[in-house]
Design a protein around this ligand. Structure first.
Ligand code: ADP
Ligand code: MG
Ligand code: ZN
Length: 476
């Protein structure tokens, strides 16, 4: 029997505000436990929450960027449950009147473009953190994170494969970082998701029973965990077992999910409107203002790179996927680089350096101006592409400009036609055997001559010219 997977993601994005959602405590990372707390985020009786305006603005920005309808009077609700990291015994969230609803984003996978529905985006606060000692005897509570603002982005069950789930998450990561709504640092947990997965026989309309895998904090884990769940569901169904709706966790070491608890229902949370907070009021004019101030988003940027710079959809897509990379590329153009060349270097050597050293594009020790200068030397034929690679490394090591390195080391490409011609004549005179082989049809021998010329010019001979000069002589 053929099966089809159905996947929906609930993504939590930590917002890039300086202070918490309902108090003035800082949201910064790494302070001593419970340093960043006050009566509000400690949940002391009588302390009243006051909404951080910036959060409302961020929510509207993301809502507009994902084509949502914006609710002008959304409401906070209490989600009640007990856990030691939640001193109030309720989380302030939004329930039946979230700030954004009914949106969508486009994702690009190998299979093409696909539209994924966004059910809702709502504002909520984060809980604190439990720290367990190594002996397993005591647990400690750190409430620095309690009250940190989050946006929860709930997708429609429109995703069908592990790859789509991963790309959808990447698309949202790109959106929130372009907007500056979240720093999007996955290692700090700024973006994490719960993946809901079910499987049904192909052709059946009704969804299967779903499992929810909690707290996936990397693109790779999402893809792996979803793939694991699909296989597990399929096997259970093929063995004739009944699946139960449950909440599971991902073990990234063993690469398996395991059951945490059976799924709780919404009514168990006894949601009700928070009487301490007024409706979140917005005017049409304010929404329009926010819409007009949105930055250029990845889709529009990709389109523009294709139109203005003649890049392929694929190349443009790679450049815009990260806001940092797109900004670097644009600065390189401002410095006068030719777009396609700049793009090739960014996607090639620069990306290799980033992957090797795990650093960002600004830490590669090559600036947009230096890259522009390097590509300019290449374009003018002053250095060969082989020499360009060594100049690239030298810029990173010494911090000198490409032009200066070429000058100091005498790396200029030899494009002197009479000098190269003289060398070619010599070589041909010295190697009659190879010449004969070539003329007998073993044209691969050309490589031998090119190699010799390159050796003699210390890699600085203009390769096109060398090829042409040799051919002229050998084919004569
Ligand atoms: P909750 O998890 O809080 O109960 P919902 O029922 O609204 O919330 O669903 C949460 C997520 O699960 C959404 O992203 C939705 O698309 C997805 N989802 C719902 N039903 C299924 C299903 N049968 N299979 C896969 N995903 C599902
Ligand atoms: Mg859920
Ligand atoms: Zn506080």
């Amino acid at each position: 029997m053929e099966f089809e997977a159905v996947i929906g993601l609930e993504i939590h994005a930590q917002l890039a505000t300086a202070s918490k959602l309902f108090c003035n405590c800082p949201t910064s990372f790494g302070a001593a436990p419970n340093k960043h707390t006050c009566p509000v985020c400690l949940g002391l009786p009588g302390a009243l929450p006051v909404l951080n305006e910036q959060v409302q603005e961020f929510a509207v920005q993301l809502g507009l960027a994902t084509h949502c309808e914006i609710r002008l009077d959304s409401q906070f609700a209490r989600k009640n449950y007990f856990y030691p990291d939640l001193p109030k015994a309720y989380q302030i969230s939004q329930y039946d009147r979230p700030i954004c609803e009914h949106g969508w984003v486009m994702i690009e996978t190998e299979g093409g473009s696909k539209r994924i529905g966004i059910t809702r985006i709502h504002i909520e606060e984060d809980a604190g953190k439990l720290v367990h000692d190594e002996a397993g005897e005591s647990s400690f509570v750190d409430l620095n994170r309690a009250g940190t603002p989050l946006l929860e982005i709930v997708s429609e069950p429109d995703l069908r494969t592990p790859e789509e789930a991963k790309v959808y998450m990447e698309t949202l990561h790109s959106l929130v970082t372009y907007l500056g709504v979240s720093e999007g640092d996955m290692e700090k947990g700024h973006l994490r998701c719960d993946a809901n997965v079910s499987v049904r026989p192909k052709g059946q309309e009704q969804f299967g029973v779903r499992a929810e895998v909690k707290n996936l904090n990397s693109f790779r884990f999402i893809q792996q965990a979803v793939a694991y769940e699909i296989d597990r569901h399929r096997e259970e169904l093929l063995d004739g077992r009944k699946l139960i709706q449950e909440t599971r966790l991902w073990d990234s070491e063993r690469r398996v999910t395991f059951s945490m608890r059976s799924k709780e229902e919404a009514e168990e949370y006894r949601y009700f409107p928070d009487p301490d907070l007024p409706l979140v009021q917005l005017s049409e004019a304010r929404v329009a203002e926010i819409r007009n101030s949105l930055p250029e988003l990845p889709d529009a940027k990709q389109e523009r790179y294709q139109q203005e710079h003649g890049l392929s959809a694929y190349d443009a897509g790679v450049l815009v996927a990260s806001r940092e990379t797109a900004e670097f590329f644009e600065e390189t153009l401002v410095e006068g680089a030719e777009p396609k060349l700049a793009c090739n270097w960014i996607m090639g050597d620069l990306t290799r350096v980033m992957n090797e050293s795990g650093c960002g594009i600004r830490e590669t020790r090559i600036t947009p101006a230096q890259l522009a200068e390097l590509t300019d030397l290449l374009r003018k034929g002053e250095i060969s592409s082989k020499i360009a690679k060594s100049v690239f490394e030298e810029v990173r090591n010494s911090g000198k400009t490409p032009a200066r390195i070429v000058e100091e080391k005498g790396l200029k490409q030899v494009s002197d036609i009479s000098e190269l011609g003289r060398l070619a004549d010599e070589l041909i005179a010295e190697n009659p055997e190879q010449v004969e082989q070539y003329r007998a049809g073993k044209t691969k021998v050309l490589g031998f001559f090119v190699g010799q010329m390159m050796k003699q010019t210390k890699g600085q001979g203009n390769p096109q010219m060398i090829n042409q000069l040799l051919r002229e002589r050998l084919d004569a």
